[in-house]
Design a protein around this ligand. Structure first.
Ligand SMILES: C[S@@+](CC[C@H](N)C(=O)[O-])C[C@H]1O[C@@H](n2cnc3c(N)ncnc32)[C@H](O)[C@@H]1O
Ligand SMILES: Nc1c(NC[C@H](O)[C@H](O)[C@H](O)CO)[nH]c(=O)[nH]c1=O
Ligand SMILES: N[C@@H](Cc1ccc(O)cc1)C(=O)O
Ligand code: SF4
Length: 486
């Protein structure tokens, strides 16, 4: 599906949907005959009125009466969003000194957009299947975080495959093992079956929660895995994880929160209701959460709008969402692309409109993130002028986007951040994960390094290395602290 088609704006005056050459995914939604609906939605957005799903659809499509993105109307939407950003959060652009420490790539869920995973079968002790994945036992996770703490990080962000030997704790192991055929009934095999034991989720939390670092981990999909085969509530599971050291949860696994889209791109994942229940459970357990949307594959603009409504309703109920992170689909190596279901990811114009409409629609979420991992530095900066106010984190290691074919590197130094943000006339600010602690950075007072981490003293994180420039591959970036193989 071309990005024009995936915008879902292909209808004329009849009910139209995204048309795919393969005919695989056609979603219908009604479209109006004139552009008056777009103009009305834009006027509401400019006035600060709460937008409907129909309004968001109009803005994302720059009018649904004709196909394709209209450049003049797009600029009007971006301008409204940039103004709203300035009113709501001012000129600061935040970023966090953080490390990605993903624990394992073993996963049998089979999401068709994902190239991060490796079939869990290949990790078995008696397997001779070659794989490039990894599992880090808790002690190794701890060592990786320890090293990064010395570099000054504030946060460790950890998202993993759903390893069949993962259980919440020993009791969960016993419950899972008691099933007649645990592998097919509850996606479970005991740790002894694998070359490397991932430990329990509680042990991994305890291991990574070291020296006062903020631990951001356990997506809704992982929380589901941590309670599979039981009748435990999400809140109970998140409370136990919090007791073991978890501080906040990433709202990935959201993809598009409309089940007819999930049926196509991730039939093995939890449904929308379950994702929402998991986030509510995390919030009830006292954790902050983030929210995401992975877009630009088979969905239409109407699905994107409905997804935003799910997030806004959830935030009305919980108030626990610190940021919205648009995840631009990286298509190159993924099954969706290789099997011809899509022929690209989203266009840059679509990226800009998603950021802008998120800012305008999510009137109860303060922060919208631009990602240099997905978009690169130059376009990432552009997104900061379309409604975004956060520029992600230093991350030091990236496996999800890079494995899917992304090419924008794995690390941005504080000096790069400060130079880039100052260059667009904004104020660089180091933040905590929850945005409550912030430090404005004087661009003239370099060299720059983190100061908010428990061991941070302002020293640049990787003094001997340059971070990757625009389009730089992994080799030109700072070497990740560790990357273990089974
Ligand atoms: C790789 S999973 C890891 C955590 C866990 N297995 C889960 O699904 O929640 C984290 C998120 O990465 C994002 N992701 C995966 N592949 C991607 C791709 N090709 N392009 C953009 N985002 C992707 C998806 O939003 C996914 O939910
Ligand atoms: N956008 C991506 C992120 N964002 C997460 C942030 O770095 C940070 O953890 C969050 O803002 C909470 O403070 N992480 C990735 O690994 N890859 C991305 O594309
Ligand atoms: N790790 C995810 C992104 C992510 C993680 C945590 C977040 O809070 C937000 C986004 C990816 O690379 O796609
Ligand atoms: S997105 Fe997560 S659950 Fe889906 S295949 Fe990838 S690692 Fe597994």
């Amino acid at each position: 599906m071309s990005s024009g088609d995936s915008s879902g704006a292909s209808g004329t005056d009849e009910a139209g949907g995204g048309e795919s050459e393969s005919g695989a995914n056609e979603f219908d939604f009604a479209t109006p005959a004139t552009d008056q609906s777009f103009e009305n939605a834009l006027a509401k957005a400019r006035d600060g009125a709460r937008l409907t799903v129909a309004d968001a659809t109009e803005l994302l499509a720059t009018g649904t009466a004709s196909s394709g993105i209209d450049p003049v109307r797009k600029e009007a939407v971006l301008e409204a969003a940039d103004r709203r950003r300035a009113e709501e959060v001012g000129d600061e652009v935040t970023f966090v000194a953080n490390l990605n420490n993903n624990v394992t790539t073993a996963c049998n869920t089979g999401c068709l957009f994902c190239n991060f995973k490796d079939s869990a079968h290949a990790f078995e002790a008696d397997s001779d299947v070659e794989h490039a994945g990894f599992t880090k036992p808790p002690a190794e996770s701890r060592a990786v975080v320890e090293d990064a703490l010395d570099m000054g990080i504030y946060e460790v962000c950890s998202v993993s495959g759903l390893h069949p030997a993962f259980a919440l704790n020993e009791e969960h192991h016993e419950i899972l093992a008691a099933h007649g055929d645990p592998a097919s009934e509850v996606n479970y095999k005991p740790p002894e079956a694998y070359a490397t034991d991932p430990g329990t989720y509680a042990e991994q939390m305890d291991a990574m929660s070291v020296g006062g670092v903020h631990l951001h981990s356990m997506t809704p999909e992982e929380a589901y895995h941590a309670k599979r085969g039981t009748d435990w509530e999400y809140e109970t599971v998140y409370r136990e994880l919090a007791d073991a050291g978890l501080d906040s949860a990433p709202g990935t696994a959201a993809e598009i929160l409309v089940d007819e889209v999930r049926d196509v791109i991730c039939p093995g994942k939890i449904r929308t209701d379950d994702w929402v229940a998991a986030i509510e459970g995390a919030a009830a357990a006292g954790l902050d959460v983030t929210s995401t949307m992975m877009y630009g594959h088979v969905e239409t603009v109407a699905h994107r709008a409905r997804h935003l409504k799910v997030i806004r309703d959830l935030q009305d109920r919980t108030g626990a969402i610190t940021e919205f992170v648009p995840l631009s689909f990286i298509h190159q190596n993924t099954p969706l692309y290789r099997r011809g279901v899509v022929d690209s990811g989203p266009s840059r114009a679509e990226d800009e409109l998603v950021v802008a409409v998120a800012r305008l629609f999510l009137d109860n979420v303060d922060h919208v993130q631009a990602s240099w991992v997905k978009s690169g530095d130059a376009h990432g900066l552009k997104l900061l002028n379309c409604g975004a106010d956060d520029f992600m984190g230093t991350i030091l290691s990236e496996e999800i986007t890079s494995r899917a074919g992304g090419e924008y590197g794995e690390y941005r130094s504080f000096d790069d951040y400060v130079e880039m943000i100052a260059a667009i006339g904004r104020t660089p600010v180091e933040r905590s994960t929850d945005y409550r602690t912030r430090r404005r950075i004087d661009p003239d007072d370099g060299p720059h390094g983190p100061r908010l981490g428990p061991r941070a003293d302002g020293t640049p994180m990787l003094p001997d290395r340059q971070s990757g420039g625009e389009g730089a591959g992994g080799d030109a970036t700072g070497t990740p602290p560790a990357d273990a193989d089974d």
